[in-house]
Design a protein around this ligand. Structure first.
Ligand SMILES: *[C@@H]1O[C@H](CO)[C@@H](O)[C@H](O)[C@H]1NC(C)=O
Ligand SMILES: *[C@@H]1O[C@H](CO)[C@@H](O)[C@H](O)[C@H]1NC(C)=O
Ligand SMILES: *[C@@H]1O[C@H](CO)[C@@H](O)[C@H](O)[C@H]1NC(C)=O
Ligand SMILES: *[C@@H]1O[C@H](CO)[C@@H](O)[C@H](O)[C@H]1NC(C)=O
Length: 324
């Protein structure tokens, strides 16, 4: 073991100098360089042969004309095989490149590098994916409500507007509804199954898992009792009101002819009730009575109307039905 170590130590400078001289023996380049984007978190990733201890540097540029390579900060000389490049891309087409690097310590600060390896062209709209939004479905006061939410990389787009498309099915009938976050699905009892999709500019997310809810008819015994009580008492209230409100509001005016008759017969005037209101049926009877009296009065000769001691019986008597 010790002899092997000694041999290795003796050969190391030779191996390193050979490496430095032979460009083909420099550093193995990374492979499978690609970009994935989920919920605006953009990751550049690649693979490399494990036995080599190397660092990696990455650069990017616009995919079209005239663009120059730039460093994506914090993705230079890193040890891992992936890097967050979210802040380096916007809404365009981009290309990344990655290379492996190794410092040769014995020859101090000579940086050996692999060739750059290009990534495929990346475009957020085309290649970015939005995962499943979280979905909550609940009922409140007989209403079916739903709320969806997707966790986007808000560093990239702090104000980006997300809407949600809720698909609901009930008894084999399905419909869609769009909303900012919370929506009312229905206010009818039944069994509902809801899924949601997040919409962000031209991108739409994966469909959320389905959430089902059964809303029973929310009518409680208390509500039934209140309803029945209401239905039963309403006619009573109306009847009560028709009778007593009417009495309170309508003071019948005696027709002129009746007032004259009453003033002629002091005995009759005593029969006039003193209440301010007249019961309804009495009022109607009174009208009939007045009409009848008016007819009679026309029939009676003028002198007969004058109060005379012996003709009291001929005088028309006003009889108020209901006050006997
Ligand atoms: C890069 O990844 C995307 C999806 O993640 C895949 O469709 C594409 O084929 C990959 N490209 C290469 C060159 O591996
Ligand atoms: C690329 O650049 C060349 C010359 O600089 C120009 O002629 C060409 O139109 C450009 N292409 C695009 C797609 O911009
Ligand atoms: C990128 O980073 C490397 C190493 O830090 C540096 O040498 C190079 O000049 C940088 N390139 C740009 C365009 O900033
Ligand atoms: C690799 O990265 C580590 C830390 O990121 C650093 O200490 C080391 O010097 C780097 N090696 C090379 C060869 O750049």
């Amino acid at each position: 073991m010790a002899s092997q170590m000694a041999l290795l130590a003796a050969m190391l400078p030779l191996v390193l100098s050979l490496e430095a001289q032979d460009p083909k023996r420099t550093v193995t380049p990374p492979y499978n360089v690609n970009i994935s984007s989920l919920n605006l978190f953009v990751t550049l990733h690649w693979k490399h042969e494990e036995e080599e201890r190397v660092n990696f540097s990455t650069q990017f540029r616009g995919a079209f004309n005239g663009s120059t390579w730039d460093n994506c900060s914090s993705c230079t000389s890193i040890t891992g095989t992936q890097c967050d490049v979210s802040m380096c891309v916007s809404y365009g087409f981009y290309i990344f490149r990655v290379r492996a690097e190794r410092r040769v310590s014995t020859l101090n600060s000579i940086l050996m590098t692999s060739d750059w390896v290009l990534s495929p062209t990346f475009n957020q709209d085309r290649d970015g994916r939005l995962g499943k939004p979280s979905l909550r479905v609940w009922s409140k006061a007989n209403k079916v409500l739903a709320r969806a939410e997707i966790q986007l990389n808000r560093q990239v787009d702090p104000d980006g507007h997300v809407t949600y498309n809720f698909a609901t099915c009930k008894d084999k009938r399905c419909w869609e509804k769009q909303g900012d976050s919370d929506v009312e699905i229905s206010d009818v009892p039944g069994r509902y199954c809801v899924t949601a999709v997040a919409l962000y500019y031209t991108m739409s997310s994966q469909r959320s898992s389905s959430k089902c809810i059964t809303v029973k008819s929310g009518v409680t015994w208390m509500q039934v009792m209140a309803f029945v009580f209401g239905v039963c008492t309403l006619p009573l209230c109306v009847a009560f009101c028709l009778r007593y409100c009417h009495m309170n509001c309508e003071v019948p005016q005696l027709p002129k002819v009746l007032q004259d008759l009453l003033s002629m017969n002091s005995e009759s005037s005593k029969a006039l009730p003193q209440e301010p209101c007249w019961p309804r049926e009495t009022h109607y009877d009174l009208v009939e009575e007045v009409e009848r009296l008016e007819k009679q009065t026309q029939d009676i000769p003028a002198e007969a109307v004058m109060p005379q001691e012996n003709q009291n019986q001929k005088q028309p008597m006003v009889i108020y039905r209901g006050y006997s």
